[in-house]
Structures are given as C-alpha cells and as structure tokens.
Design a protein around this ligand. Structure first.
Ligand code: FEO
Length: 404
C-alpha cells in the first residue's frame, strides 16, 4: 500500500501483512498491519520502526514522501519485534538520527541491537521534543502492554500515536475506522477490538484504565488515535474508549461459551444436551470445538459472555492436550468475573474434569461444581444427566450474572 496522509504532512508509512495467521502463537485470521508514522517538519520524524520482514515496504513508503536519509528523529514507542525489529535497517540509512525511547525500552532493545553505535536518548512522561512547528509529548505507558511502552502525542494536531493500545489485527485497504465501517460494518470492527484486547491486553486492564483516566484528566485534546495495528481512529474514538472501559471492567453479556475437544466423540456427545439445557433456561450458548477453531477466537468469545464451560476427555490421566493448551493460554490472560464449569468423558481414571477445575481456581474464577463425567460413551441416562447439568448451569449463570 502507498503512504496515506492522516493529518497535514503526517503520513502512515507502514505495511499491511495480509498473510500472517500466527502472531507469536496467537491466531490472526484477518491478518494485521504494522503501522508507523512519518511527520514532515523541520526535523522529519518517524514514529515507530516496523517488523523486520516489512522494512523494505516502510522504506519504499517513506521514499515516496522524502528521501529516508532526511529523517532526523526516530521515536520508538514500543520495542516488541513487530515494531522495532526493522529499526537497524532504517538506521543503516540514517545512522546519525536521534532515536528516542523510554529507559526500559533502551535497556530491553540493547539485548537485540548494539545501541551504543547510535544516538539514543531516553525520555519519560512530561518530556517533549520540538521538531519544528510541532512538539511531540511523550507519555510512558508501562505494561500497556510491555514495560517499555509509551505514547507519543502531537499536541498541535490533537493526534495520539498509541502503539499497541486501541489496535486491531486487521489487514485491510481501509486505513481509517469510518472507511472500514463503511465497507464492513461497526460489528466487525468491534469484534476485532475485542479480539485484540482479549488476546493481548486483557491481563493489564487496570493499568490501561488508570492510563486512560490519567490522559483524560490531563485535559489533552485528542481527535485522532493512531495505533500500531489496524485502522486509525478518527470517527469512533468515543466508541473504542467505551469498548475498552467495558472490557477492562470485565463486563459481559448473559450467555455461555462451551469450548471442547474430543477423541472419539464421547465428550462431543455431551456438549449438545448441555447446550440445550442452558438454552432451555433462556441463556444463549455458543459452541466452539478446539482444533477446528483458533484458541484466540475462543478467548474472544469468552470475553464477551459471562459463562465458560470446558469439555475435555481424559487422556493418559490428563486433560486432552488441545484443552490444556487453551487453559494455559487463558490462565495467562487472567480473565475475571466469569462462571466456570467443566465436563468430559473418560475411559478408566477420568482426572481431566477435576484438573480443569484446578485451572479455574488458579484463575480465581467462580466455579459451578461438580462437573459432569461420563465413562466411555454417554448412555441415554447420562445424556439426560448432561441436559440437567446444562439446566442447572443456566440457572446458576443467571444468578451470577445478576450480581454485576
Ligand atoms: Fe504490536 Fe506489543 O507489539
């Protein structure tokens, strides 16, 4: 894609990655983009580098505006590889450029590059950099979502360059939120924001909330938010802030998500009567089979609804591997305010259900016990027991949901 002007003389010069489906183990069925921004002023300034594999794209985009050798400053808002791994290639064009990042950013990035060869400056909240007619303001955002992270605010343009925050893993020709909404609708954009938050930012909700409040209190005016992934916010800023505050507070709709896997369909046979029981209690249900669905999609759905049920066979005295993988992933994301239940089939010992409840307890989730277990293959009587389990879970979920 060609550069796109987002403000007078400020350009998106990033790259769209149409093909990525595995983003450090997190599935990205819609691809992504690696955004960075070029500000043309007395001192041309690049905000964020780019993924190493796409540095040629960024350099080509910059070349369409100015010769890359004219860049005077490079701001590194976030050092993760998808944004900073192309830095050294860019610096090979401008070895004398001034590079700005947080102290933690410098310390961490030094483990990837020999930064002593370059003019690296550290900045903290409140520091500014005058680049001509514009002044850049730096706002540290530690653990949003890495220790090094920061925002760059261009006061004269009311532009907040927010690194990963407010990003979405979307590959699209549309660069702005309103363009994307016009093409695909607001629901798809909301889904992408939930997907990104649930899989990347969920553990740091309190930090993000405090930072949003700090930025609001500071009185800075924002009419555009330019993240490092996906579309740029210029028409739906209030909406994305509202979504964030809802997600941070772990708000959820009444509903249950059943995530399961199966060996010889026995656990799968349990799923449908359980779902029917929940549905008969008037509670919507979604069913997700792992191995057929990316775990990132399962996490996103869980983050939308109040109830989680996980189904796993017992394999060699353990949880089935795909479910164990999913629960480990979910545990790291620290979900909260959800009601959890487990079920599964087994052949001889049947430890998986109890082990899944142990996961839920380490996540400090509310649990609905005892989970239902079936030996080998569910009989008619056991399928009825599954239905009753679904009814009971649906009732408990309604009571639990009413507390919020
Ligand atoms: Fe898009 Fe945390 O990197």
């Amino acid at each position: 894609m060609k550069p796109v002007e987002l403000k007078n003389d400020i350009y998106w010069v990033g790259a769209v990655d149409w093909a990525v489906r595995d983003f450090h183990g997190y599935e990205t069925p819609r691809g992504t983009s690696y955004n960075n921004y070029l500000i043309i002023d007395d001192e041309p300034t690049l905000v964020d580098a780019v993924h190493y594999d796409f540095v040629h794209v960024t350099l080509e985009n910059i070349s369409q505006i100015i010769e890359p050798e004219r860049i005077k400053n490079i701001i590194i808002n976030h050092i993760e590889n998808d944004h900073a791994s192309g830095l050294e290639v860019i610096l090979s064009k401008v070895p004398d450029a001034n590079v700005y990042m947080t102290e933690k950013g410098k310390k961490a990035l030094s483990k990837f590059f020999d930064l002593s060869k370059y003019n690296v400056h550290t900045v903290k909240t409140g520091d500014t950099l005058k680049i001509g007619s514009r002044t850049l303001h730096f706002i540290e955002t530690p653990m949003m979502h890495w220790p090094d992270s920061m925002f760059t605010y261009v006061k004269e343009e009311k532009l907040l360059i927010s690194q990963d925050a407010f990003g979405q893993h979307i590959a699209s020709v549309e660069r702005f939120d309103d363009e994307f909404v016009q093409s695909y609708g607001i629901e798809l954009l909301e889904d992408a924001v939930y997907d990104y938050y649930a899989n990347i930012l969920m553990p740091y909700g309190n930090v993000i909330k405090a930072k949003i409040e700090e930025v609001k209190k500071s009185g800075i005016e924002i009419d555009m938010i330019a993240p490092d992934h996906g579309v740029i916010w210029r028409s739906h800023i209030d909406k994305v802030l509202g979504w964030y505050l809802e997600m941070i507070d772990a708000k959820a709709k009444i509903g249950a998500v059943i995530v399961y896997d199966t060996m010889w369909h026995s656990t799968e046979k349990m799923v449908f009567p359980i779902a029917k029981g929940i549905q008969d209690e008037g509670v919507p249900v979604k069913i997700i089979k792992l191995r057929a669905t990316p775990k990132s999609v399962a996490v996103k759905e869980i983050w939308k609804y109040r109830g989680i049920l996980v189904g796993s066979p017992t394999l060699n005295n353990n949880i089935f591997p795909s479910i164990a993988d999913f629960l480990t992933y979910l545990k790291g994301l620290r979900p909260k305010n959800r009601l959890f239940a487990a079920f599964g089939s087994y052949g001889w010992s049947g430890e998986a259900v109890a082990q899944m409840y142990e996961y839920a307890k380490t996540m400090k989730l509310e649990t609905f016990e005892q989970g239902v277990r079936v030996l080998y293959n569910p009989s008619e009587e056991e399928l009825k027991k599954c239905y009753e389990f679904g009814i009971a879970f649906g009732k408990a979920l309604k009571e639990y949901h009413a507390k919020f």
